[in-house]
Unconditional design. Sequence first.
Lengths: 187, 352
Amino acid sequence: MISCTRCKSPLSAQVLNTFAPTPCPACEEPIRADVYPALFRKLPSGRSGAPLQGEEEASCFYHPAKKAAVACSACGRFLCALCDVEFNDRHLCPACLEKGKAKRKIKNLENRRVCYDTVALSIALISMLFVWPTILSAPIVLFMVIHYWGAPSSIIPRSKIRFVLAFGIASLQIVGWILLFGSLIIA
Amino acid sequence: MTAEKSTYRRLSGKKRGFIIGHHTLWRGRDHLLQIYARWGAEDYKRYYFNDIQAIITRKTGVGRIQNIVIGVLAGLFGIFAVTSTSGWVPFNTIIAVILLLILMINLFKGPTCETHLLTAVQTEKLHSLHRLNTAQAVMNQLKPIIERHQGRIQREALAQQNAQPSDPKKKRPPTRLVQRDLKAHKHESGRVHLMLFALLIFNGLIVAAGFVLTHVGLTFLGTAVMLMMGICVVVALVKQHESNLKQPLRTMTWAALGYICFSFISAYIISVGLAFKHPEIFQNQWEMIKLFSNTTPWDSSFMMTISIIALSGAVAIGIPGLCLLRNSQQANRQASGLSTAPVSATATKRIS
């Protein structure tokens, strides 16, 4: 049952799928609720592997007493219905799924990323506001650009422009400091 | 194992955080991706089209309140710009124009809303969809995509199924709002809140006294009250967390925090202004305090604006805060009286 997000009273069918804000029958706040068939779909119950019937049948790699239902798309190990994880139209074993998550090979399992290009550009720009910190920040930015050039950035498509800008700004800062100290030495 | 080759397309709407971060929504091949980005780190939440049960958007009054506040401030600065004859005219004019621009942009963006997405196991807020026009456009955009994954639901079937859910045993996990209500609330007497709102009114009186009186003692008293208010507001915010205090009262406490921040910032700006005006006494703290004490709202339109905002803010937060606290305490007393009534009746019976 869908409820109003303000008064939490259940919304009647007249309010659902109107595709325009309609007053909530209880609190009269304009609300639009788009409902989809998943709301009335039963949750699939958990599957358990079928037991082996004979010697000639292949067994699950992780449960030798269970019948193999499918092979892992990544490592090829036989898996029973319990061990089979269907993900992005592929059948994976729990170990490959874990490995894929840990090594960031399955993009859809990543919940967090550090975008070093944004960090480098932020350091390069913010340090410029206070001028003096650029003595330290410029080499740090250059190191970050070189070290993390190949590291994965944001999950959404993005160019290397931030790295290029950070590199350019940090280089200019270093050149500026060299010129300043050079002129001081000469003077 | 190859990496998933999914491309994302940006959906309209962006919600900026108070100081840092922003929320955006992206459409993937088979899911929606909500990104919260701040300081170079990004957090992701995915909602698969196949699992989305509903998207609900509700119009809120936040935009209207913002427009009223900005409009009043723009009007105030506009009046000062027109009536003032001192050197503050350009400053007031610039602020009034900036506020007017912000008001126009806010009006152009349209009414605000709150959008939630429901799946079988979660109810998540889609932060980026906080403008009704944008939320509706995105919902219209997503509708055919979700229907392609799940199929279409007929209105007749919806009425029938809504009346009789397919699985009556299956209970929806409570929303965050419901969860907050279901949590065991700790009892809060509201003594710190009482002190905070009383101090706010007292601070309003000090500001009002500043219109007719200038004395170092008044400045010291005002500073002490502000410091006490700062401590009280932090303690009050900690105490009201997961307590049985009513939502309007909690909001008033947050407003008090905003008021204190405004007061501190404005006092800092005035001090810096005085220091620039009188560099000869910049190093002498006592002279600075004396100079600060001699400043009155009548000195400039800027000072007058600050004083009016401080005075009206103290009254507008302090008095309703005290009233709400009284109501909240009365309601809690009644509730506790009702809950203890059957127990005491049984106890009396047992004793007799």
